[in-house]
Design a protein around this ligand. Sequence first.
Ligand code: TYD
Length: 136
Amino acid sequence: MNTKITDVTIIEIPRVHDERGLLAVIEKETIPFKIERVYYLYDVPSDAFRGGHAHKKLYQLIIPLSGSFNVLLKDGKESKTVYLNKPHKGLLIVPGIWREIDNFSSGCVCLVLASSVYNEDDYIRDFNEFLAFKKV
Ligand code: TYD
């Protein structure tokens, strides 16, 4: 699995803006995978640590619907932290990328769109196993 940090991108979610506020729309053209699952994190303690794993095949779009948090990304060679704080900017995480999420703001809501239903077999939860998967 040779995906890299540079394959992780910010996706700009199209918005309609008028005097009544903003409306953000995700349609099938907006993201490069078919959505099979949607879940969200809320009531997250500010000192919570989430993630700490990679996926073998799953694509995800992570959107800070409200508030903000940090996503630390690792591909086995490089690492990078992305601060997400705009509800119209989602982070597209491709398969084979380790992620750790922390620094949640109070009242934060994190929406995740995923390319597959939940499958624990798709997770790599051990970092050494991740490095072996990446062949580094
Ligand atoms: P996990 O993916 O480890 O959460 P995070 O990456 O946010 O730290 O999942 C936490 C728990 O929730 C774990 O027991 C699996 C369960 N879970 C589901 O049952 N369905 C799901 O769609 C997800 C994402 C998690």
